[in-house]
Design a protein around this ligand. Sequence first.
Ligand SMILES: Cc1cc2nc3c(=O)[nH]c(=O)nc-3n(C[C@H](O)[C@H](O)[C@H](O)COP(=O)(O)OP(=O)(O)OC[C@H]3O[C@@H](n4cnc5c(N)ncnc54)[C@H](O)[C@@H]3O)c2cc1C
Length: 212
Amino acid sequence: MAFFEGLGVKLKTEEAGKVFPVSDRAGTVVDAFTRELGRLKVAINLSERVTELDRSADGWSVTSDKKDYQAGCVILAAGGRSYPQLGTTGDGFELARRLGHRIVKTRPGLVPLELADDELRELQGVKAEAEMTLAVKGKIVARKSGEMLFTHYGISGPLVLDLSRLILDCAGKPGNMVTVNFFPDYDSPGSGLRCRPAGQAVWLIPVPVPLS
Ligand SMILES: Cc1cc2nc3c(=O)[nH]c(=O)nc-3n(C[C@H](O)[C@H](O)[C@H](O)COP(=O)(O)OP(=O)(O)OC[C@H]3O[C@@H](n4cnc5c(N)ncnc54)[C@H](O)[C@@H]3O)c2cc1C
């Protein structure tokens, strides 16, 4: 945070601990980086795809679809594979793999969830405070409260995004269950909405817009 504030980006920390620029604009962060790179006289070459990275006698050779470069050192920061439209195609993993790195299988980690059942779609646009509980083989492994948003495809909102990684690990396996309770302060089994066990029907499917 000190680094960004040093670049003139005023920050705010929200309740859940997430930090944003006071402007609420991602462009504020991009502008700060651009100014700092300019100050350090770093050349920026856009719209150029790196296709090869190789060790050379005195450092590295970098091949792009436009040009070859020589460099003393290379930082590979090509993102993940979550959003190809923004350039994160998974190239970085392949470049790293070719250099001998072991690549762990990637999976969605911060995603809204699609419901296979249509019955809740009428609620699209409705936001509600809820408590989600994830049980694996009858044992509660995660419980979290927060805001849930019903959408035309399923459920989203901070609560769902935060638990999505764990839910996707367990979805589709018999004995696993996600329960959504909209009245967590009332301890009655009838007070919440009980979703189907993930093992009986594939009711939770990742929407293909995972984040990096
Ligand atoms: C919709 C959305 C909302 C998000 N909201 C937040 C948020 O509010 N707060 C937060 O902290 N995070 C948020 N994230 C996550 C955040 O964007 C990522 O964690 C972050 O951008 C990862 O940074 P990175 O530098 O590793 O990769 P990236 O930002 O993905 O940058 C990688 C870059 O490498 C380039 N590249 C890839 N392959 C090549 C190649 N072969 N040659 C040349 N260039 C290449 C890509 O074009 C891209 O510009 C959000 C993500 C998404 C998609």
